[in-house]
Design a protein around this ligand. Structure first.
Ligand SMILES: Cc1ncc(COP(=O)(O)O)c(C=O)c1O
Length: 460
C-alpha cells in the first residue's frame, strides 16, 4: 500500500467507518504513524504536540518500550484465558488488588474493555444491587446535561449531549437529565444560593419528582471532559453525596477521564473528599496502550453480589473482562506513574497550564471562561460577547477554525462547537496533554493557541 496521506485516506474511506464518522472529514484527514513522549508524527513526517493525550488517555506519553515489553512477555506466557466465574488469571488478580488499594472505599472491581462498557456495568450493578435489597423498582438513572458517558445504547442514554442521540433515538427508558454545576452558564439559582447548591437542589428535586423508590443511581463526571471540561464549585459534590445518601440513591462517579492523576489527585472526587458507591474507570489505567476499563464498587455492593442464590447470579460479563495482557500492561503503567510521580506532576503542571492560559487570553474579549487549575485538564470557552456571554453563531465555526489553525502550527487538540444543548456552551478548546509535559512545552502549546486566536478572532 502506498504510504501517502492521499492514498491511505482513499483506502480508509472505502473500508472504515470511524467514530463520529462523516466523509467530509476525509478531506482533511491525518494519518498518524508514530509517537514519542508528548509528540505524534503523521505519515508525511509532520510532528504535533498531543494536546489531548490521544483521547484523554495517553497519560504517560507515547512510545514507552516498557509497556510493549510487558505486553509481549504476557502474550508469550498466557495471551488469553476466560475470566468467567470459576476461572481467573494472575495479572487480573494482581490488578484488582492494586486498584482496590488505590481507591479508598472501593472493595472490588469488574473489568471491561473500555469506558462505555464500564458505565453499562455500573448501571447494571446499581439495578442488581437494588434487586438484591428487595427493591426491584429502583431502576432509573439520573445524569446531567453536558455529561459524556460513552455511546453504547445505555451509555448514550446517560450522555447528556443531544447530537449523540439524534440519529439513534429512542433512548433507553429510565434515563433523565438535570442541569450540571456549570458556573458560567447555570440558570435558575435562587437568591443567596451558590451555583453548587442550586445544581445539587436540581438533583434532589428530580429524585423527589420521580419518586426515590424508582431511582437507582446518579452518575456524573467529577469534572466534565468531552462536554467542555466544566469545573464544579467546591460545594457541589459533598452536597450531591448527602442528597444521594438521604434518598438511598447510589452515586456513580464516572472517573474515566478524571481517574489516575488527570486532575492532580488519584481520583477527581478526591478534591472534595467524596467517595462514590460505584466508580467507572478506563483510559488512563493503561495510558491507552491497550483497551481496558472497569467498575469499582463498595463492600456493600460486593456483598450483595456474593450473597445471592446461584439462580440469581450476576449474569453479566465480557469475553475480554480481566484480559491478562491488558491487566499486565495496566499494572506496569500504574507502576511507571508512581515511579515518576505523575499524579503530583499533573497537579504542578496543571497550575502552570491554567496560569499560562490566563496570561495568554485573560484579557482577550472573546475568551469568555478559562477553566483549569486541577491537574492537566483545562478549557477555554470562546464567546462573541464577553459581557452578555452570547455565543458566536454556529455557522462561523469558530471552534473548528481555531482547531485548524492550531494544527497548522503543530498542536492537535479537541474542540467543542457552540451548539446543541441547553444551556448551549460557547466554542470550546479543550486541553488534557500527557502528564509528562514540561513547563516549556506547556508554554509552546498555549503560544500556539494564542496565535490561532489572533488569526481567527484578532489580537483583542
Ligand atoms: C467520562 C467518559 N466516560 C465514558 C467514556 C466512554 O469511554 P469509551 O469511549 O472507552 O467507551 C468516555 C470517553 O471519552 C469518557 O470521557
Amino acid at each position: 500500500m502506498e504510504n501517502s496521506t492521499a492514498a491511505l485516506t482513499q483506502a480508509d474511506r472505502r473500508h472504515q467507518v470511524h467514530s463520529l464518522h462523516h466523509p467530509v472529514d476525509a478531506t482533511d484527514a491525518t494519518i498518524y504513524a508514530s509517537g514519542q513522549g508528548i509528540t505524534i508524527r503523521d505519515v508525511e513526517g509532520r510532528d504535533y504536540i498531543d494536546g489531548l493525550s490521544g483521547l484523554w488517555n495517553v497519560s504517560i506519553g507515547h512510545g514507552r518500550p516498557e509497556l510493549a515489553d510487558t505486553a509481549a512477555a504476557q502474550m508469550k506466557t498466557l495471551a488469553y484465558f476466560s475470566g468467567y466465574s470459576g476461572s481467573s488469571t494472575i495479572p487480573s488478580i494482581a490488578l484488582a488488588e492494586r486498584l482496590v488499594a488505590l481507591a479508598p472505599g472501593m472493595a472490588a472491581v469488574f473489568f471491561t474493555s473500555g469506558g462505555a462498557e464500564a458505565n453499562e456495568s455500573a448501571f447494571k450493578t446499581a439495578r442488581y444491587y437494588w434487586k438484591v435489597q428487595g427493591r426491584p423498582e429502583k431502576i432509573k438513572i439520573i445524569a446531567r446535561i453536558h455529561g459524556y458517558h460513552g455511546v453504547t445504547l445505555q451509555a448514550m442514554s446517560a450522555t447528556g449531549i443531544a447530537p449523540y442521540w439524534k440519529m439513534f433515538e429512542p433512548r433507553v427508558p429510565g434515563f433523565l437529565h438535570i442541569q450540571t454545576c456549570y458556573p458560567y452558564r447555570f440558570r435558575g439559582a435562587r437568591p443567596g444560593e451558590t451555583i453548587g447548591q442550586a445544581a445539587a437542589r436540581e438533583l434532589e428535586e428530580a429524585i423527589l419528582r420521580e419518586g426515590p423508590d424508582t431511582v437507582a443511581a446518579f452518575i456524573g463526571e467529577p469534572i466534565h471532559g468531552a462536554g467542555g471540561v466544566i469545573y464544579p464549585t467546591d460545594d457541589y459534590w459533598p452536597l450531591i453525596r448527602e442528597i444521594c445518601d438521604r434518598h438511598h440513591v447510589l452515586l456513580i462517579a464516572d472517573e474515566i477521564i478524571t481517574g489516575f492523576g488527570r486532575t492532580g489527585r488519584q481520583w477527581g472526587l478526591d478534591h472534595w473528599s467524596v467517595q462514590p458507591d460505584i466508580l467507572s474507570f478506563a483510559k488512563g489505567v493503561t495510558s491507552g496502550y491497550l483497551p481496558l476499563g472497569g467498575t469499582l464498587m463498595t463492600q456493600a455492593i460486593k456483598d450483595a453480589i456474593d450473597s445471592v442464590d446461584p439462580v440469581n447470579r450476576w449474569m453479566h460479563g465480557y469475553t475480554n473482562s480481566g484480559h491478562p495482557v491488558c491487566c499486565a500492561v495496566a499494572l506496569k503503567n500504574l507502576e511507571i506513574m508512581e515511579r515518576e510521580g505523575l499524579v503530583q506532576r499533573s497537579a504542578q503542571m496543571g497550575d502552570i497550564l491554567f496560569r499560562a492560559l490566563h496570561d495568554a487570553l485573560g484579557s482577550h474579549p472573546n475568551a469568555g471562561d478559562i477553566r483549569g487549575g486541577k491537574g492537566l485538564l483545562a478549557a477555554v470557552e470562546f464567546v462573541e460577547d464577553r459581557a452578555t456571554r452570547k455565543n458566536f453563531p454556529a455557522e462561523r465555526q469558530i471552534g473548528a477554525r481555531l482547531q485548524a489553525e492550531m494544527k497548522k502550527r503543530g498542536v492537535v487538540t479537541r474542540m467543542r462547537p457552540a451548539a446543541g444543548d441547553d444551556p448551549a456552551p460557547g466554542d470550546e478548546i479543550l486541553f488534557a496533554p500527557p502528564l509528562i509535559m514540561t513547563e516549556h512545552e506547556i508554554h509552546r502549546m498555549v503560544g500556539v493557541l494564542r496565535a490561532a486566536v489572533e488569526t481567527v478572532l484578532g489580537a483583542g
